[in-house]
Design a protein around this ligand. Structure first.
Ligand SMILES: C[S@@+](CC[C@H](N)C(=O)[O-])C[C@H]1O[C@@H](n2cnc3c(N)ncnc32)[C@H](O)[C@@H]1O
Length: 394
């Protein structure tokens, strides 16, 4: 299990530590070993049976899903994965409950000590897409608040993600932000962003990396969830990163036109209902300065994947309380950018190697290769780890 390195991490007893390690290991087993076994079972049994009946191969993810549903390997994989997901959060609760008060005190002390501002909006209406479900089975979701100044949801997410990711997301879970911002800096050395915005930043783990990459920039993260933002603020302070956090809906940003050089998001759009995605991108276009860059790290679109891989990545939509995941991945990013106002010729997409996985030199190599897109080999589907992102220059 990954050990967070910042001062807000929860202290654990030996038993709690062992439990978290077990859950991390279980997830790694399910997502590596069992996933490989499920694929082999699909190739050997499910796909040939489909072909015999339909006289063709499955044409998309839903057809693969339908065909594999009764397969014993799939059923075992799915039930164990759902159980492991639940265990992630359950493994964090005991130390979190014990340290709830001390965490609040620590956050308060940090808030007054160092740079970086927090602005919450008690009047903001949290969208039902956040308030009405426990996304990826996280109890209470991002916005669950049970006492004043509550930041437990942020701690649950931070410590839970450390268990969940079994070391794949960098030292402090900031590998996506670090790899992508460093890639942009190396690929566009003349681009010097002064104002950077991260949408749906949660606990700011990937927001802070933009500040590390562009230290003189003013970096801000927004989210609708107050408990996560309180935690994000304290976490950034603990890491001595001067980043501002504001409670705001990405569909209605409270910034004037042409305010930012970079509008970024990571793992955000797949949790936004389809009807709101167009609004988010239109807002990103509006608040970007001419010459600015919009960039969204996401899971690759279904149209760029084989039917099996599309089914595999869409598993979360059916079994992990991620209702917007597949609808988002069925969209075409180029079209989304065009509809938001960006010129087709200004569209970009990259596959960025993970620095945590491949080391720093991988960024230089990717830049030399023009950040080539090979979308069959990103995220969980790749041999190593690579991050897919798309966007456009304004
Ligand atoms: C999966 S998390 C994003 C994770 C994070 N950006 C990362 O790099 O791992 C999705 C976040 O989006 C926030 N969110 C959902 N809808 C939103 C909206 N309309 N405006 C702003 N934030 C929103 C949620 O509260 C949650 O914190």
């Amino acid at each position: 299990m990954l050990e967070l390195k910042h001062d807000l991490r929860l202290a654990k007893t030996r038993d709690e530590h062992a439990r978290m390690n077990f859950v991390s290991g279980l997830r790694a087993y399910v997502l590596n070993d069992m996933a490989t076994g499920m694929r082999a079972s699909y190739d050997a049994e499910v796909e040939p049976a489909f072909r015999r009946k339909a006289r063709r191969a499955p044409k998309d993810g839903p057809e693969v899903h339908q065909a594999i549903r009764s397969n014993e390997f799939f059923k075992f994989y799915s039930s164990l994965r759902v159980t492991a997901q639940d265990m992630v959060w359950q493994s964090v609760f005991p130390p979190l409950e014990r340290q709830r008060e001390s965490l609040k005190k620590k956050a308060k002390a940090l808030a007054t000590r160092r740079p970086g501002k927090l602005k919450l909006d008690a009047q903001l209406e949290v969208p039902r897409s956040v308030s009405a479900l426990d996304v990826h089975l996280m109890p209470g979701n991002y916005d669950g608040e049970y006492e004043s100044e509550d930041l437990a949801a942020g701690s649950l997410y931070d410590n839970g993600l450390a268990v969940f990711s079994f070391g794949l997301m960098g030292q402090n879970l900031d590998d996506i932000g670090e790899s992508i911002s460093r890639f942009i800096k190396a690929r566009y050395p003349k681009f010097k962003p002064a104002e950077i915005l991260d949408l749906g930043c949660t606990i700011g783990h990937n927001t802070g990396s933009w500040k590390d990459t562009y230290p003189s920039a003013h970096v801000r993260g927004i989210d609708v969830a107050a408990p996560c933002l309180r935690y994000a603020h304290a976490r950034a302070q603990a890491q001595n990163r001067a980043v501002d956090f504001e409670q705001m809906n990405a569909t209605a940003l409270k910034y004037v036109d042409a305010s930012f050089d970079v509008v970024f998001s990571s793992m955000f759009l797949h949790e936004v209902p389809r009807k709101d995605i167009a609004k988010v991108l239109a807002e990103a276009y509006r608040v970007l300065k001419p010459g600015g860059l919009m960039l969204h790290m996401e899971l690759p679109p279904n149209a760029q994947l084989s039917p099996y891989d599309a089914f595999y990545l869409d598993w979360d939509s059916s079994y992990n309380n991620e209702p917007y995941y597949k609808p988002f991945r069925d969209l075409v990013p180029q079209r989304l950018c065009r509809q938001a106002g960006f010129k087709s010729t200004n569209y970009v997409q990259f596959v960025v190697p993970s620095i945590a996985w491949f080391g720093e030199q991988a960024v230089t190599r990717a830049v030399a290769a023009q950040g080539a897109v090979d979308s069959d080999k990103t995220g969980r589907l790749s041999d190593g780890l690579q991050w897919y992102c798309f966007g456009a220059w304004k």
